[in-house]
Ligand binder design. Sequence first.
Ligand code: 5GP
Length: 191
Amino acid sequence: MELLKQRIREDGVVLPGNVLKVNSFLNHQIDADLMFAVGEEFARLFKESGITRILTVEASGIAPAIMTGLALHVSVLFARKAKSSTLNDDLYTAEVYSYTKKVTNRVSVDKKFLKADDKVLIIDDFLANGQAVKGLLEICRQANVEVAGVGIVVEKSFQDGASWIKQHGVRLESLAKIASLADNKVVFEGE
Ligand code: 5GP
């Protein structure tokens, strides 16, 4: 998605540890027009897939997920990072190690919001080593729902997540694919 790549080139800041900071338009301040276009692009890619629900994880996945839900006219469910590890029979839960925060969160969704006949599209802001997506796939497995695919705003293709998802036969659509962040420089795939 050229508009997104252009914005990353203009405003993205490369931090140590292969982290791209995009908090001026994606995960702190949100450029609503850009996010609307992101939602429309995911909707275009998945419009034939019979999606009935979008699933993401709080907080940074929510903006692109909502815009996709708006474009596809389906509800958006976000896994919450629960504070306590108290067992709760009404929840599907998974452990997710955060790439940027270096902590493990237990994420959960209420069972009543995922039904066995749902066809789910997983959305997230970034894909690095795939921990967040793996956690969301685990929740879908517990709920016995079909996963139509994964939509990622910014994929860091040089990390392990993208190949893991494809190897497991899950459709992956990423709107910007970064081949390298070496020397503080953003290089997109194909450049
Ligand atoms: P993964 O679970 O695939 O290892 O990492 C994806 C999650 O970590 C995303 O939900 C995102 O919040 C965060 N993340 C990973 N890499 C980056 C990055 O380079 N920049 C930002 N802003 N977030 C990242």
